[in-house]
Write a protein that binds this ligand. Structure first.
Ligand SMILES: [Zn+2]
Length: 154
């Protein structure tokens, strides 16, 4: 199916969808990205090298109770497959927790309230340490790109 991101799940339920299937939680783990209550955290970034906090301070998963962002980032940087396992386990917990909260809100008749509150941040990108925008690379800097055009001396 390929659906999807946490925001996709929320939007899908809002539109009446009740079945989802996607590799995204583990695929994003292999890219070093963890979904948290402060947005997507990219553990490849150096800013996490000395973060002694869990992947997500509000998460109850075994990974967040036991390991720090710095340790998981170290594993990822060292190309240890355990990093993918730990981030994937956390991401799956995040997805399952979101769906449990959605099911609870549906049962309690408060889904629209949850929808409005969660929608704002579910697609956010690292609210604690926002990535800085990068400048577009010139053609000569892109991998496999053509050489820069010759400049006229006139
Ligand atoms: Zn967790």
């Amino acid at each position: 199916m390929g659906v999807g991101t946490p925001l996709d799940l929320l939007e899908g339920v809002h539109r009446g969808v009740d079945l989802f299937d996607c590799i995204l939680p583990t695929a994003m783990a292999q890219r070093g990205r963890a979904y948290t209550r402060v947005g997507r955290v990219d553990l490849r970034r150096g800013v996490y090298a000395e973060h002694e906090t869990p992947l997500d301070a509000g998460c109850t998963c075994p990974v967040c109770r036991r390991y720090t962002r710095a340790y998981v980032r170290h594993l990822y940087a060292a190309r240890e497959p355990l990093a993918w396992t730990l981030i994937g386990q956390h991401n799956l917990h995040f997805w399952l927790d979101l769906m449990a909260r959605i099911r609870g809100a549906l049962a309690a008749g408060t889904f629209l309230e949850l929808y409005r509150n969660e929608r704002e941040w579910l697609d956010a990108s690292d609210l604690e340490h926002p990535p800085t925008p990068t400048r577009p690379k010139r053609a000569s800097q892109r991998r496999g790109g053509p050489p820069p055009p010759a400049r006229s001396k006139e």
